[in-house]
Ligand binder design. Sequence first.
Ligand code: HEC
Length: 418
Amino acid sequence: MRPGRNLAAALCAISVSALAAGPTFSHDVAPILYRECASCHRPGGVGPFSLIAWQDAGKRAKLIAAVTARHYMPPWLPSEPHFQHERRLSPVEIATLAHWAEAGAPEGNSAETPPPPQFPEGWQLGKPDFEAQMRAAFDVPAEGPDQYRCFAIPTAPGRDRWVSALDMRPGNPRVVHHAILFQDVTGTARKRDTGAGYSCFGTPGFLPARGLGGWTPGSLPVRMADGVPELLHGGADLVLQVHYHPSGKPETDRTRIALYFTDRKPSRRVMDLPLGSNRIDIPPGARSYKVTDHFTVPVDVDALGINPHAHYVCTQMYGYAVLPDGTRRTLIRIPAWNFNWQQQYTYATPIRLPEGTRVEMEFTYDNSEAYRDYAGAGRRCGRTVADVVGKNDEATRRRSVPAAAEMITGLLVPAVSP
Ligand code: HEC
């Protein structure tokens, strides 16, 4: 036999035996689930069930294969560009989960199962410089609409501080869908919050209202970009906006926050660049309604991150920059928008936008009944746009859909120090 044929036969034998063995939970599946799913799917996590033990994952193998094939799990909306802490499975990992499910979800040799991931109880960044919690626990009823609630948390009077990082710990991840921390220098929030917070859908109800950072399920502590800490005014009230989703049982929540300060003053300034519209009027049945906005940057800047936001009937988002030399760079592409999984994204590396770059944003909406039913169905806070804008479904069907402010915010800093 020629050596070449020998080699081919050997390769063939290897792949056949690998196929015959097939993926098992302990050898192939657990490492994927522990890395990409367990941050939410663990006891006490935000996911509806734990995926740590074979017993729990195995009986849901078909569902796991289905949601990963559709890219519904792990939740990650942008298809491009690259961001920090991406949650995405490779095609090989998706195929492994599918083959495992088809084979009846075998456990394999349980001694091979890697140790389950550990999730630290304490603050991940160590002891905070400022730590606080909601002044009282908030009661979330078993049923009813989602609630957006703002809680004022006073800070001690004193000098301005520079915030380099912040972290939040939901008191009750079963009902906390997301949380955003603002600061209020007007005293408004303090007046409105008489103990149990106040209702605040959209904005927290005062200006300026610049978010210091947010928490979404599975997110990591927020670190400000190097050299650009956020100013916390001495004596300002921190305002925690929490989106609650009833769990089916009466629950209480008391969310905690942690701030980390630095003495290094910023070398550059962060600016928000809001692009969007708050005069959106989508005719009933329109399947591909577009809203666009643009802005030409007047100086060299670095785009640090992007915070896409829209409501339920938005289907796609595309943001890009046209550089002065005509090159196009994608700033965000979301092929299937999902209101429930919005978050802020930080670029893997900042994107340099020279003076004269035109930043374009394009939102696409589908206001057909079919899509509204789809967008509202089976989601964590499954509702149609009618609920969001406070009209009943019938009224919205007859009239057009007025959407609240839809916008996208890039965080930009002048590339050259002032
Ligand atoms: C950031 C948190 C998070 C991560 C990471 C995550 N999930 Fe989920 N998952 C959820 C939440 C919350 C739900 C319930 C709401 C929903 O279905 O959207 C859910 C639902 C599911 C469901 C049920 C879907 C249905 O239609 O009933 C499956 C199955 C699932 N996840 C599997 C996975 C797998 C597999 C991974 C990893 C590859 C993963 N999830 C990663 C939060 C997460």
